[in-house]
Design a protein around this ligand. Structure first.
Ligand code: NOJ
Length: 535
């Protein structure tokens, strides 16, 4: 099977490697132990040196921080923890001067309960903002993503309001045109400043059933899981009307030219594809979380890549990620060594890539004792593995005690394993994970075949995955050894363009090549179709 990604006109975001910054943890500039905008600005040259094209910053808006910024109290401001609007303007200007794009997080499903809209809404049943949120006389069985009922009783007005996440995060009513208008104006506020796009939080949840029907029970629910899993999310997620909202959102971005709309969507592949929209008038990039969820075996990976690429609507653009601020880090999920192979695999796939801060160092999850947990997802449902603090720990910049992240007390511990892979050290080590990422980024930018060329010959066998990427000019064979044993792969002639073992770059290959356990390589080959054979 051959998947033609297509040499479409390549907008900047199609060629881009996006770097996700979790702002609390990237770089502190004022000694409060929490990262900020001035810290990010001070590190702009790091992104340039690494070779990424765009940065996406998780929410920086004024917020009581019940969910660390995903509870927004003002869509057009900056939280003092992160700095000022001047700091933001400065950051944007300096990023653009370096050719870096800047993408913001947009949180449309819910506001903070401190947002003036909600304060007004809850003040009385006949307040003009009452219908900006979802108020009901009786709750139904919908469950919060953080556990427990998704409805909170408000004693003052005697009704329940909906919150798909914390009770401090009431859900907006996207069926109300006034809500849409206000939220789209917030987007325009940032677009006028020049931001290059948005990552839209929980895009698939924005609209719920208009009749508030109960969700059906989930037969696969097991005791000990989040109560969210008790029911199948039929009526409070992925409703057909959501696509109209996404299309309108896309229209707002298009008022400003070539900006990117990225949707956070956790759905099976077939449902995910709907978010490209009818006639591709939806999200430019519905986030593809397949590699976050896929078991790390050659068979599973090959099947997943095949299913995803086969399902793409004509003319749509693929994308891939290995991690984000809600999931255990890739190096912890599959091990440091295998994470190198994962990086090589990622950089061999067609489309837009997003990397999570610290992946390029091989950062690992830092265990956080239960009594030191910050994350509300952990605090509401302790001990069932919902906590997200471990993957949100400070970026280690140098080997000093506080790793150059802060002069104060870091809001989360740095962790010894992460200290050891600090940027200063990793930069000096020509075989570090950082050196591998820099090499892969350079190669990807130099070789359009890897971004937009065909993907063909996808196979898994003997715990090795292989495929070919090619365009009219060049062909690359990609081989990844997912086993703990030596493997030999037949390649007639070629040279190694990238390898998890950077010593091997440039090695000539004839007849065959040996792959150490967890070794992966991109081999420039002469005749794509016949040259790479797993034996
Ligand atoms: C998804 C975000 O990625 C996560 O961090 C947040 O807690 C929820 N949405 C609620 O906004």
């Amino acid at each position: 099977m051959e998947y033609r990604v297509g040499m479409q006109d390549l907008s900047w975001w199609k060629r881009a490697v996006i770097y996700q910054v979790y702002p609390r943890s990237f770089q502190d500039s004022n000694g409060d132990g929490i990262g900020d905008l001035e810290g990010i600005r001070a590190r702009l040259d790091y992104f340039v040196d690494l070779g990424v094209d765009a940065i996406w910053i998780s929410p920086i808006y004024p917020s009581p921080m019940a969910d660390f910024g995903y509870d927004v109290a003002d869509y057009c401001g900056i939280d003092p923890i992160f700095g000022t609007m001047e700091d933001f303007d400065h950051l944007l200007e300096k990023a653009h001067q370096r050719g870096l794009r800047l993408i913001l997080d947009f949180v449309p499903n819910h506001t903070s309960d401190q947002h003036p809209w909600f304060v007004a809404s809850r003040s009385s049943r006949d307040n003009p903002k009452r219908n900006w949120y979802r108020w009901r006389d009786q709750p139904n069985n919908w469950q919060s993503h953080f556990g427990g009922s998704a409805w909170e009783f408000d004693g003052e007005t005697g009704q329940y309001y909906l919150h798909e996440f914390l009770k401090e995060q009431p859900d907006l009513n996207w069926r109300n045109p006034a809500v849409k208008a206000a939220m789209f104006d917030a987007l325009r506020f940032w677009l006028r400043k020049g931001v290059d796009g948005f990552r839209v939080d929980v895009m698939w949840l924005m609209i719920k059933d208009d009749q508030f029907r109960d969700n059906p029970p989930n037969p696969a629910y097991e005791a000990g899981q989040s109560t969210r899993n008790k029911f199948l999310p039929v009526y409070d997620a992925d409703r057909p009307e959501v696509h109209e909202v996404v299309a309108e959102m896309r229209g707002v971005l298009e008022e400003f030219g070539d900006r990117v709309l990225i949707g956070e969507i956790y759905l099976p592949i077939e449902r995910l594809m709907h978010y490209y929209g009818r006639e591709l008038r939806g999200a430019n990039l519905p986030f593809n979380f397949q590699l976050l969820q896929c078991p790390w075996t050659a068979d599973d990976l090959a099947r997943t890549i095949d299913e995803y690429l086969s399902a793409l609507p004509a003319g749509s653009w693929p994308n891939w990620v290995l991690g984000n601020h809600d999931k255990s880090r890739i190096a912890s999920r599959i091990g440091l060594n295998m994470a190198r192979a994962a990086a090589l695999l990622l950089f061999s796939l067609p489309g837009t890539l997003t990397i999570y801060y610290g992946e390029e160092l091989g950062m690992q999850d830092v265990p956080i004792p239960p009594d030191e947990a910050h994350d509300p997802a952990e605090k509401r449902q302790p001990g069932i593995g919902m906590g997200r603090d471990p993957e949100r720990t400070p970026m280690p910049w140098d080997p000093s005690p506080l790793c150059g992240f802060t002069d104060g007390l870091p809001w989360l511990p740095i962790g010894e394993a992460n200290r050891a892979v600090n940027v200063e050290f990793s930069r000096k080590d020509p075989h570090s994970m950082l050196s591998l990422y820099r090499h892969l980024l350079q190669l990807r930018h130099a070789e359009p075949a890897l971004v937009s060329g065909r993907l063909s010959e996808l196979k898994a066998g003997n715990r090795v995955i292989q495929f070919v990427r090619s365009d009219a000019r060049k062909a690359f064979g990609i081989v990844v050894n997912l086993s703990e044993e030596l493997r030999r792969v037949a390649v007639k002639a070629g040279s190694i363009a990238a390898c998890t073992d950077l010593h091997r770059v440039g090695e000539l290959v004839s007849d065959g090549v040996n792959l150490a356990p967890a070794e992966a390589m991109i081999i420039e080959v002469r005749d794509a179709a016949t040259n790479v054979v797993i034996v």
